[in-house]
Write a protein of this length. Structure first.
Length: 562
């Protein structure tokens, strides 16, 4: 199955780019990272102190040392254990409390960026893929910079300290045990390349699964009506099987590599044990030293084994970084304050040329003037550019040639994101958010009063709201669940009426309404918004009788453009 059918293919970035970005994330979360690192180093210090106390306690008990009393060393052992438990609790609290705050902060930053991104850039990604990245990839990055990276530093410190400790006790044994590291480095080089490829494939397939589930649930009515349940089950099953094979392949590869390393660890542990037994037999090693040898070998081998575990962590982190950098690299719209022109406004398109990437031209040398106060109906066959024209007016897309400007009697502005403040827009379909009707209306104007909302609903012929048990505080599900399409459309119209823009832009905004209701709403618009410029995209010929102008768009036949 072609995975690119579902979402954007991931981009491979140079390691330097990824490391630079990860360093930025580390600096933003350095307090938690340093706290985790400090606690980790403190735990290591207590572990070494515990080893020393254990050795001394055994040597005192066997009569091979009289430096301290047995009761004193016992108190030290108990105190060290209690302190280790306390620090472990503090560490869990820091990870839970600060970790979720760091994750929330990064998700907010990414969410803000996506909301401010250019429309055309964001449209290239499937919404399910974006959600997967915001949830899972952000979690991977935060875990790495706040936990894994500090843990790596403490692991290296533990390995170094354990080697020095063992080296001071027995030079030969320490050198033999540490000799496994070169083998680990050789194996890891072979391991990394293949694991990176497998991890990227798994993360992309995981996004595919979320994408198809999200779309199927979102459009469950269509799925049921077209009886495509079985097809979607089969599609999901194929993708999940693909994921299973990838995970099994990764697990097999990882297990094989781990088994090779574990053989080396087992050999080192056995050598340390036999070495200590030999020294104990010859009288060159005390029983306490033998126990210390075994503990220190564990202190060396455990961090070495942990280093092996950091390889997939680094790979997952690099993969997550690539996926998030790809989102971050979507260009943001130019910042600026909302620009609102006063009085009646017009819109002028001059010699516009536009086409989508790898698509034929939709507009060629197109000019049109929506005069101030005019009421224009836009009609045309499917694919003639009606929706594209709206995107141009709202500056969601920019023409390859020509200009789009908004003007009044003494001023003209080139349209950009800041001029959207001049528009009240009702898009196609049901665009209600889950929540109360009141909250949906306030989405257009957060300062609107109950009286203003009541008036807007009346103009939109949505007085049915006041017959509902909870009136304005009636809860609507996702996409207005609980309301009919016509009711939801009228609330969307009322929401637009609350916006102070001087240009009312309706895109098939009355498609779900009966002819009588559509007529009443259009008459209300003409009466209450007589000073506004009205632009209506519709397939209903009857709407033209309420307008002063009519623009019919025609599909441009493909031609050869050099």
């Amino acid at each position: 199955m072609n995975r690119s059918f579902f979402q954007h293919e991931p981009t491979a970035y140079p390691a330097s780019t990824i490391l630079k970005w990860l360093w930025t994330q580390f600096k933003e979360n350095q307090i938690q990272a340093f706290l985790n690192m400090f606690i980790g180093l403190l735990v290591i210090g207590l572990d070494f102190f515990f080893v020393w106390c254990t050795k001394l306690c055994i040597d005192i008990a066997t009569g091979q040392s009289n430096r301290f009393t047995l009761s004193f060393i016992t108190v030290l052992l108990v105190s060290t254990t209690l302190l280790q438990i306390t620090i472990s609790f503090a560490s869990r609290w820091i990870r839970a409390e600060l970790g979720i705050k760091a994750q929330n902060r990064m998700q907010r930053t990414l969410f803000r960026h996506l909301l401010m991104s250019e429309w055309s850039g964001l449209e290239q990604f499937h919404s399910g893929d974006i959600l997967n990245r915001i949830e899972k990839d952000v979690s991977d990055i935060i875990t790495f910079v706040t936990e894994s990276l500090p843990s790596l530093i403490t692991t290296i410190a533990q390995l170094t300290g354990a080697f020095i400790f063992l080296f001071l006790m027995d030079h030969t044994l320490a050198c033999v045990i540490i000799g496994i590291l070169p083998c680990f480095i050789i194996i890891s080089k072979i391991y990394v390349r293949q694991m990176h490829h497998l991890t990227r494939s798994i993360r992309q397939t995981d996004s595919n699964i979320q994408s198809i589930i999200q779309e199927s649930i979102q459009h469950h009515t269509v799925v049921k009506a077209l009886q495509q349940n079985h097809h979607l089950f089969s599609t999901l099953n194929l993708i999940q099987n693909d994921l299973s094979h990838q995970v099994l392949k990764k697990t097999k590869y990882s297990s094989t590599s781990s088994a090779i390393i574990n053989i080396g660890f087992a050999t080192g542990y056995l050598f340390a044990f036999l070495w200590g037994i030999h020294g104990l037999h010859n009288g060159t090693t005390t029983y306490g030293a033998l126990i210390a040898f075994i503990q220190l070998v564990g202190q060396i081998q455990n961090p070495t084994r942990s280093l092996a575990h950091y390889i997939p962590i680094f790979i997952s982190t690099f993969t997550a970084s690539e996926r998030l950098i790809q989102l971050i690299n979507i260009s943001e719209e130019a910042p600026g304050h909302h620009r609102i022109l006063q009085d009646s406004l017009g819109i002028r398109l001059f010699q516009i040329e536009f086409h989508y990437e790898n698509q034929p031209f939709i507009f060629e040398n197109f000019s049109y003037n929506f005069a101030p106060g005019s009421r224009t109906v836009i009609m045309g066959e499917t694919g003639s550019g009606k929706t594209t024209l709206i995107r141009l007016l709202l500056s969601l897309i920019v023409p390859q040639k020509g200009t789009v400007s908004i003007y009044n009697h003494n001023q003209s502005l080139t349209v950009d994101p800041s001029t959207r403040a001049c528009f009240s827009y009702v898009p196609q379909g049901n665009t209600l958010y889950s929540g109360t009707i009141r909250n949906n209306l306030l989405f257009s104007d957060p300062t609107a009063t109950t009286e203003e909302m009541t008036r807007a609903l009346h103009m939109a012929c949505a007085d049915f709201v006041f017959e509902l048990p909870n009136r304005l505080d009636t809860y609507c599900g996702e996409q207005g669940f609980g309301l009919s399409e016509g009711q939801a459309q009228r609330i969307c119209l009322a929401r637009a009426f609350l916006r102070p823009g001087q240009i009312l832009l309706l895109d098939e905004a009355t498609s779900a309404l009966d002819a009588e209701t559509e007529r009443d709403i259009l008459q209300n618009i003409i009466h209450f918004f007589s000073n506004h410029t009205l632009i209506i995209v519709t397939h209903h010929e009857s709407v033209a009788s309420y307008c002063t102008d009519k623009l019919v768009l025609k599909t441009i036949r493909p031609t050869n453009h050099n």
